[in-house]
Design a protein around this ligand. Sequence first.
Ligand code: ACO
Length: 390
Amino acid sequence: MTAGDSATLQNDMQDACFRPGLEGIPAVQSNIGHVDGQNGRLEYRGIPIEELADKSTFLETCYLLIWGKLPTQSELDAFKFEVNNHRRLKYRIRDMMKCFPANGHPMDALQSCAAALGLFYSRRALDDPEYIRAAVVRLLAKMPTMVATFNLMRKGHDWVMPRDDLGYAGNFLYMLNEKEPSAEAAHIFDVCLILHAEHTINASTFSARVTASTLTDPYGVIASAVGTLAGPLHGGANEEVLEMLEHIGTADRVAAYVDDCVTNRKKIMGFGHRVYKVKDPRAVILQKLAKEMFEKQGGTPHYELALKLETAVEERLGHKGIYPNVDFYSGLVYQHLGIPSDLFTPIFAMARVAGWLAHWKEQLGENRIFRPTQIYTGEHGLPYEEIAKR
Ligand code: ACO
């Protein structure tokens, strides 16, 4: 075989393997999360999401994801104590945040703050378990404070000091809304965080692992993942669900809206999923939570509309495997908890930092820097044309 034949064969093989966006190509081996899209199952470290939503808390779930096992009572107490003690932000980070434009997007603020933590805490001692634990604790503890503080500052308010006596979810709602939430609201929000904590190798987790594979610091890893989550094809559909419900307006317009979308091949926000071909198990749990919450505290017109929309979409698109995804009910729940819609994606990031950190740790354990190849489609050997002649 000549050198030319060999190059052609290599190109043919690369062409045959090429999948835009790496769709369906296994990029890592992982034992953190598992999704069964045909049967609507999601597990963290082998435990079904329904069990965790029912019996665990967000911080315990973080421990499970990051250290691979459920903590004992004393391990959990120590972990909670550490996270509680690292919720405050250095005054220099708060001063930096004061310079952010009030109309900037909260995801950009969060990404900048996560990266800025690296200025203060980066030692890159990636073989030191204490450094790893401190980074995990700091990121989990400070992300909610950053989200709440940016929201307060852009309204011209002072930051609210975290309250050590409140749990993770309750403290976040307290800092955000400047009043203590009910135990029920804190519980619902905690379950929402559990549901968003991990979802295998999606775009932001892949981004976290690629960044981790260069052995940079964990703050850079999380900043990179936050930047990836910020795009509208990844986070953010729950914000659009609320806009869509607003646009539909009344129940009698649901059927016409769905028909129009089907006829004109428009996507209905909060429906469909690349992996799930049945109802997303997280949407099942969220719907139950929303139902209980709205039954107790009074429904909203949006909730009634959402139920009608789900039935109408199922009738028309169920045969294609189009069912509600996690974003369909989460926006309604967050809205009811007093959360502004442009914070929905930062809240997703606050929860997903658990999964990103678990993948960061896993990547460090068996690291090989990511270096895929490409198929070059340009020309070769062109002469350099002098600028005067172009
Ligand atoms: N509304 C109407 N039809 C849909 C929808 C939808 N939401 N989603 C998919 N379809 C249809 C498509 O038109 C297509 O039909 P066809 O086969 O007749 O052409 C078929 O289902 C397959 O659609 P794809 O876009 O190829 O499915 P894909 O797996 O690429 O997309 C995605 C998944 C991006 C989530 C898509 O369903 C979508 O855009 N949904 C709306 C946005 C949304 O809710 N995003 C949040 C996802 S969950 C998350 O990221 C946390």
